[in-house]
Design a protein around this ligand. Structure first.
Ligand SMILES: *[C@@H]1O[C@H](CO)[C@@H](O)[C@H](O)[C@H]1NC(C)=O
Ligand SMILES: *[C@@H]1O[C@H](CO)[C@@H](O)[C@H](O)[C@H]1NC(C)=O
Ligand SMILES: *[C@@H]1O[C@H](CO)[C@@H](O)[C@H](O)[C@H]1NC(C)=O
Ligand SMILES: *[C@@H]1O[C@H](CO)[C@@H](O)[C@H](O)[C@H]1NC(C)=O
Ligand SMILES: *[C@@H]1O[C@H](CO)[C@@H](O)[C@H](O)[C@H]1NC(C)=O
Ligand SMILES: *[C@@H]1O[C@H](CO)[C@@H](O)[C@H](O)[C@H]1NC(C)=O
Ligand SMILES: *[C@@H]1O[C@H](CO)[C@@H](O)[C@H](O)[C@H]1NC(C)=O
Ligand SMILES: *[C@@H]1O[C@H](CO)[C@@H](O)[C@H](O)[C@H]1NC(C)=O
Ligand SMILES: *[C@@H]1O[C@H](CO)[C@@H](O)[C@H](O)[C@H]1NC(C)=O
Length: 420
């Protein structure tokens, strides 16, 4: 009797401890990003939606010479407009489409017009195609009001890269140098212990891990992007640079062993115009689910993907769900940009940039946004690559390069399977 009582008391004690710990830890990644409570998320998503709508109305009214780009700030409930000519700004405020929203607008003084930025961007792209520097990403950062060139510090003295930097400097862009640890230390930590070979039937969600082996048998990991279909055939979309001839296996979050849950092979992949591949679901033991994994959360473990959309405003939130990072969120830094293609020549000219620090193993992961609340999401693209620590050891300048979903669909003709 005593024993039972003690264990019940212990249980109650343990449970209450558990609840306390989890109440503190249960902040959703989006609430962390905005530094708000979970129950405030719908309110702030609504503010963001409103700002994005007004931003869409506003942008066509801003000419390229008197203005230099816009970005939204949800926490300040403001659209910032880089302004070179305040006489012109007064005229824009006076337009009937805009006059009702002027309390949301902040015309701030800026030095670079859109025309100037676009011109420099095109010139720098020409230099990049000519010199083919080792590794770079270029985009126009609206908040910084300048062109940003991200480069690996260890490559800056390499001949082609140095020549490129020399030419690009004419336009005075911001150079961000990063520490690019090319050794992918985490993936090699997966060991080869065999799991018991019973039949396993598993669901695969966007954000799960994909195990595979290089030709030297070394285990590697990428992330499952989303469930795609061509005709009636089902595929798991991921990054093209995860391509091997052999099979892919489903690796659940937190797993430290090479999985035995076979999915199939990557039948199609791209490395020249975009970083994208399709793993054919060739075995019946995995069932794709049109939802995003969020299983570190108790309340919102699966986030249904309801549609796919084009990212429209700088400063809007975006999140990833990935094997290594799990779910984390950041902001849209640039709606377009280019990066070096992974086959060694050419460029990926259709990317966008997010301020997320993605990790080794996250490649191919879905990039998504929440709609009105935590239970409705839209797919925006998949993770290609990223830069994390800059040369000052700062992780806050981390960026992730994303392959946009509309471009992927245009090139491949795939259908994104959604939850409705
Ligand atoms: C945005 O919010 C304002 C109130 O701040 C409201 O009057 C307006 O209708 C909203 N606009 C859009 C496009 O949602
Ligand atoms: C600023 O805008 C006004 C109104 O469009 C225009 O008349 C003026 O020439 C512009 N100023 C400059 C310096 O471009
Ligand atoms: C704003 O519009 C009003 C009426 O249409 C006009 O009288 C006024 O001059 C305009 N102001 C500016 C700064 O364009
Ligand atoms: C516009 O934003 C700047 C920078 O945040 C701020 O200093 C300024 O007060 C804002 N202006 C208005 C009218 O809100
Ligand atoms: C690049 O060259 C400069 C000047 O020669 C040198 O100071 C710097 O350490 C070099 N950087 C790297 C990453 O090799
Ligand atoms: C942006 O403005 C700064 C300051 O005037 C200038 O140095 C830089 O060259 C401009 N950027 C471009 C791409 O023209
Ligand atoms: C990754 O591994 C290499 C070789 O073992 C090592 O030099 C490097 O410091 C490691 N990087 C990190 C981030 O642990
Ligand atoms: C998986 O790892 C994360 C930390 O990366 C942890 O928060 C979570 O509780 C782990 N889940 C399980 C089921 O062990
Ligand atoms: C490796 O994994 C650890 C733990 O999950 C993480 O903290 C670290 O950032 C990862 N490093 C890289 C280079 O992915």
């Amino acid at each position: 009797m005593k024993g039972i009582l003690i264990s019940i008391i212990f249980f109650v004690f343990a449970l209450s401890n558990y609840l306390i710990v989890n109440n503190q830890e249960q902040k959703e990644p989006l609430a962390k990003l905005w530094n708000i409570e979970n129950d405030e998320i719908p309110k702030y998503l609504n503010i963001e939606k409103n700002l994005s709508n007004v931003d869409e109305i506003l942008k066509p009214l801003l000419d390229d010479d008197n203005f230099g780009g816009t970005y939204i700030d949800v926490l300040q409930n403001t659209i910032f407009i880089n302004t070179l000519n305040f006489t012109k700004a007064e005229q824009v405020k006076n337009l009937t489409q805009i006059s009702q929203y002027i309390n949301l607008l902040n015309f701030s003084s800026a030095l670079n017009s859109t025309a100037r930025l676009n011109y420099g961007f095109q010139e720098i792209k020409t230099f990049a195609k000519f010199y083919v520097p080792t590794s770079l990403t270029v985009y126009i950062d609206a908040k910084v009001n300048n062109i940003v060139i991200a480069l690996c510090d260890e490559d800056r003295n390499e001949t082609q890269t140095a020549s490129f930097i020399n030419r690009a400097e004419i336009y005075n862009p911001n150079f961000n140098y990063y520490i690019c640890d090319k050794a992918d230390n985490n993936t090699s930590s997966l060991n080869n212990i065999k799991l018991e070979s019973r039949e396993i039937y598993e669901e695969i969600l966007a954000g799960d891990g994909l195990n595979y082996r290089l030709s030297n048998n070394k285990p590697k990991i990428c992330s499952a992007g989303f469930w795609a279909q061509i005709a009636t055939f089902s595929y798991i979309a991921t990054a093209g640079h995860c391509y091997v001839k052999g099979a892919y296996y489903l690796s659940p979050w937190n797993s430290t062993r090479f999985s035995k849950i076979i999915i199939g092979q990557m039948l199609t992949h791209y490395l020249n115009i975009m970083d994208f591949g399709l793993v054919f679901i060739n075995y019946k033991n995995v069932t794709p689910v049109p939802s995003i994994r969020n299983t570190d959360s108790i309340q919102y473990q699966e986030l249904p993907i309801e549609d796919h959309i084009v990212v429209s405003s700088n400063g809007a939130h975006l999140c990833i769900s990935a094997f290594q990072s799990h779910v984390k969120c950041g902001y849209v830094k640039a709606l377009s940009g280019f990066t070096d293609a992974l086959n060694g020549d050419g460029l990926f000219e259709n990317i966008f940039i997010v301020s997320i620090n993605s990790l080794g193993g996250d490649s191919g992961a879905p990039v998504f946004s929440y709609k009105q609340d935590l239970l409705h999401t839209s797919l925006n693209g998949i993770v290609s690559s990223g830069y994390d620590y800059d040369i000052n050891g700062d992780i806050n300048n981390a960026i992730t390069e994303v392959m946009p979903i509309d471009f992927i669909i245009r090139v491949t003709g795939i259908k994104v399977v959604t939850a409705n």
